[in-house]
Design a protein around this ligand. Sequence first.
Ligand code: TRP
Ligand code: SF4
Length: 403
Amino acid sequence: MVSLNNNSRVLSGMRPTGQLHLGHYHGVLKNWVKLQQEFDCFFFVADWHALTTHYEESHIIAESVWDMVIDWLAAGVNPGSAQLFIQSQVPEHAELHLLLSMVTPLGWLERVPSYKDQQEKLRERDLATYGFLGYPLLQSADILIYGADKVPVGEDQVAHVELTREVARRFNHIYGREAGFEEAAEAAIKKMGKKNAKLFRQLMKRYQEQGEHDAVEVAHALLKEQQNLALSDRERLLGYLEGGGRVILMEPSALLTPASKMPGLDGQKMSKSYNNTISLREDPDAVQEKLRTMPTDPARVRRTDPGNPKVCPVWQLHEVYSNDEVKDWVQEGCTTAGIGCLDCKQPIIEAVLNELKPIQERAREFEQDSGRVRAIINEGSEAARDVARQTLDEVRQVMGLKY
Ligand code: TRP
Ligand code: SF4
């Protein structure tokens, strides 16, 4: 059987918040680096998203964009395998956002959990804006414009992917039922040749009559294989298969990224707002200093006091960086006061410095060659625009906006 993965497209965005830290690296970037080897990936700087909350400090966004891109590149995100671009360089996102807004019920946006949560969390900002309410829909446009079927997100963003699916479904329902849809779909089936047409009909029946979801997957793969089906026919058949209209916007699914286990220096989640980070471009001496002075088991006051790794932030770092042998050594040494806390931290210091070394070397190269960084983004933005334009052309067409 053909694998669907060959053609799977992944899309993800990150808000420009300045230099990235080890939490971003372990939580997001390592995952992107892996995904870019398997899928057709689009990664973008979500500068408009940042404006929805930071519209009063827009200069921070502009300053952060290049730092963030350099950190992506330094972490191993490869412009040869993924398209890297800036959201606002692809204004097609905005047009799709506008067009989708016409069919999106207000209640769907008001019910997105992050809407109220964020308003409460960011009290100091006035988030009773049109842009903030619409930001999950902007995210839907980001996803749908590339026909991305996989969206790597954290738990907090799953509801946005869910909204995207609903918006796509509604859009397809309203605009996918062109006159003569069934006849066109039947004609498209015939174009696949006798054998495949028969197989397609069987799969359609298995899904529609027995609700077999596997049959849909196999049928999708079959459609992807058909060289002589035009894109529009394929979209018709995708919809016809499930008993609906033509699929103009494809429903994505969330690729849940496991919550990062990367603790900050104080044992809480690593985050700039907790001031407990090690940034990817942190000077090695500062890294050492930060780790040497980070808190340990508070009950272990003297070197001779035994400690308890369970309540120690350093232990959490061992969970990320150390093998079983080192971890056994910590458990034994800590609970018997056999080792001191500085001894205990040494393997972490080495591991973090080792991890950061190649990242920092690459970052330095890119820092010194801002022309190259700009070229990467320009090329990525152009490539993204090509795809985005095609989707938008079709969207305009089915909405009757082709003059
Ligand atoms: N909303 C995401 C965040 O705040 C960023 C984002 C914007 C995104 N558009 C996206 C993520 C599309 C995945 C797909 O982190
Ligand atoms: Fe924490 Fe290690 Fe010190 Fe134990 S020995 S308290 S685990 S730093």
